[in-house]
Design a protein around this ligand. Structure first.
Ligand code: HEC
Length: 103
């Protein structure tokens, strides 16, 4: 046994461990923020209209910024209120599925 190697834990020696823990925390926090756009669309948007709204012949939206604006406008009708990130993600999803504008 080499008891002479046991030193009291100093702040200096646990600093790298704290750094690793903070990184892991940041990673898990950013994973939790990942937006489930399809789920949001299903949950919040299908009460008023389904995808027929995005594919109708005389649809109003004709650019990605107009699409994002319309999603934000519809979002403001909702009590839950999507975050800016969620509006972005839902607009991108609709663009992918139906509109195909250059973002
Ligand atoms: C309170 C009812 C309501 C809710 C909830 C709602 N919408 Fe709408 N949405 C409308 C109406 C009404 C229109 C048609 C507006 C018009 O023609 O002027 C529309 C139109 C749209 C359009 C434009 C379609 C086009 O190209 O002409 C998009 C895109 C859209 N909604 C997305 C969404 C999204 C995404 C959500 C969920 C975040 C959502 N809407 C939730 C009522 C709603």
């Amino acid at each position: 046994m080499h008891h002479e190697h046991l030193k009291p834990v100093s702040a200096h020696s646990i600093a790298p461990l704290i750094g690793v823990l903070m990184m892991l925390f940041a990673l898990s926090a950013s994973a939790a923020e990942e937006v489930d756009a399809a789920g949001l669309l299903e949950q919040h948007c299908s009460s008023c209209h389904g995808s027929e709204m995005y594919t109708r012949e005389d649809r109003k939206v004709n650019s990605f910024s107009a699409l994002r604006k319309q999603v934000a406008a519809c979002n403001s009708n909702l009590n839950t209120g999507l975050s800016a990130d969620e509006v972005d993600a839902v607009a991108s999803l609709l663009n992918e599925r139906h509109y195909n504008f250059a973002e």
